[in-house]
Design a protein around this ligand. Structure first.
Ligand code: NAD
Length: 470
């Protein structure tokens, strides 16, 4: 029997008139059904969230923080169950699913201690001027399928601690773990504070154009982000957009190749390269190019791509058929243009959206594998001569999400990092994103900030009081 999951609306577990099939990308089998909500269920969720806003925004922050901690505790007691479900719908190896669920829980704990200070800009004999941060109202949160738990929680916890109520929609490809979280947290928050709904392609646009929302926090592709912003403009909703990236990493000539190759590899291929901040273009100095390429090829030949529920799997399948076809098209395009491809270990044949790790050996800068965000296990290795040239080529992108610099001299690496046009730059590491550090996409990788105090502020309006003194 297929398990049927429920939405959380107004403190109750609710079905919709229709359902969506949810597949395991490693087997292509239907593993469960999720509600396929439309206008009626959206209306119920927005009404519940609006009703709850009055009480929740007036609840002292210490109480809101305490409930976030309680929610973190409830989820902590269910990590294994949530992780197994995440692997079955998303495809990632179980250890990575556990890591994602635990990271998400970390956000509950982080925000259980977070608040925005009151800014005193004047305290003179005549007056005191104080700026407080007040909640916006009802937040519409929309998340993608690569990190369904983490990227949903990034919105949930800052929205709630600042006193907003929320309607959250995960991707129709990966709705189950987030629905399960809703079920587990049903009785933690007052009814209507946290609402979780799921539906097909039509639901997102219905949400972003709904007048009952005060803010949209969206993570997904740049193309969809543009539509979200257009839709939000009608009622001037606040928006935070975390969008695509085509991140470059620059490997400096003084690097210890053997010491960093594996970390560079995982920075590109972790989560089967379905990471917004993954290295998607790797610029390697010509003096170490062959050596690093061969190391990376050796890693690709050794590691297992397979079903995430099998113990020795390092990389799982692509999450859905559409993306699988898109990545395969990029590889076909590379072949048609006679680029040199280095393939990793064989992947399971037959069912499942498996693609072998594919390195592209020094393609031209205008190749599609270089200019487009692959969001799959295809990585162009690009040879450079001078640092200036590498930086110029790395910055030649409409995106500006993140980047990395690898080198033995940290001061030199930092000087290169300073010239990269991205919101995040790692030096000799990759993908580390803690809750206290602001994460912002530059250029067309986003609008606004998530995480840290800056991210918290995005869920509030500034309100300044001018208080007279005698
Ligand atoms: P997507 O844009 O197709 O979908 C994201 C979400 O938006 C899903 O929940 C989807 O149902 C919903 N949606 C689709 N059309 C919509 C519309 N017109 N209005 C409102 N909502 C709509 O993205 P995806 O394929 O799920 O995710 C992959 C993309 O997300 C990649 O480009 C990746 O780089 C990006 N991403 C960015 C970040 C970041 O933090 N910057 C993180 C993860 C993924």
């Amino acid at each position: 029997m297929t398990t049927q999951y429920s939405m959380l609306i107004g403190g109750r577990l609710v079905q919709a008139g229709a359902t969506l099939d949810v597949l395991n990308p490693a087997t292509e089998e239907v593993i469960a059904k999720a509600p396929d909500a439309g206008s009626k269920e959206l209306e119920m969720a927005v009404t519940a969230a609006r009703k709850a806003f009055k009480g929740w925004s007036a609840t002292p922050i210490a109480e809101r923080q305490a409930l976030l901690k309680q929610a973190g505790d409830v989820l902590s007691a269910n990590v294994q169950e949530l992780a197994a479900l995440l692997t079955s719908e998303q495809g990632k190896p179980l250890a990575a699913a556990v890591a994602e669920v635990q990271a998400g829980i970390g956000w509950f704990y982080f925000h259980s201690q977070a608040s925005l200070p009151v800014l005193v800009s004047e305290d003179s004999d005549t007056r005191r001027v104080e700026t407080h941060h007040v909640p916006l109202g009802v937040v519409c949160a929309i998340s993608p399928w690569n990190f369904p738990v983490m990227l949903s929680v990034w919105k949930l916890t800052p929205a709630l601690v600042t006193g907003n109520t929320l309607v959250l929609k995960p991707s129709p490809f990966t709705p189950l773990t987030v629905l399960k979280i809703g079920e587990l947290l049903k009785d933690v928050f007052p009814a209507g504070v946290l609402n979780i709904i799921t539906g097909g392609d039509g639901l997102g646009p219905l949400m972003t154009s709904h007048a009952g929302f005060d803010k949209i926090s969206f993570t997904g592709s740049t193309a969809t982000g543009r539509r979200v912003m257009e839709s939000a403009a009608k009622s001037l909703k606040r928006v935070t957009l975390e969008l695509g990236g085509n991140d470059a990493a620059i490997v400096l000539p003084d690097v210890d190749v053997a010491a960093v190759a594996e970390r560079i590899f995982m920075g590109a291929f972790y989560n089967t390269a379905q990471v917004c901040t993954a290295t998607k273009r790797l610029y390697i100095h010509e003096s170490i190019y062959d050596q690093l390429r061969d190391h990376l090829a050796g890693i690709a030949k050794a590691l297992k791509v397979g079903d995430g529920s099998e113990a020795d799997t390092i990389l799982g399948p692509i999450q859905n058929r559409l993306q699988y076809q898109r990545v395969n098209k990029l590889i076909e395009d590379a072949k048609a243009n006679h680029l040199t491809l280095i393939e990793g270990r064989e992947v399971p044949k037959g069912r499942g959206y498996f693609i072998p790790v594919t390195l592209v050996d020094n393609p031209p800068d205008d190749a599609r594998v270089v200019t487009e965000e692959a969001f799959g296990p295809v990585l162009p290795l690009l040879k450079y001569k001078t640092i200036d040239e590498a930086i110029e080529r790395a910055n030649a992108s409409e995106y500006g999400l993140a980047g990395a610099v690898w080198g033995s001299n940290v001061a030199e690496a930092l000087a290169v990092a300073a010239r990269m046009e991205t919101g995040t730059v790692w030096i000799n590491e990759n993908l580390y994103l803690p809750p206290m550090a602001p994460f912002a996409g530059h250029k067309q990788s986003g609008v606004g900030v998530e995480n840290g105090q800056d991210g918290l502020q995005e869920y509030t309006n500034a309100k300044t009081y001018y208080i007279p003194k005698k």
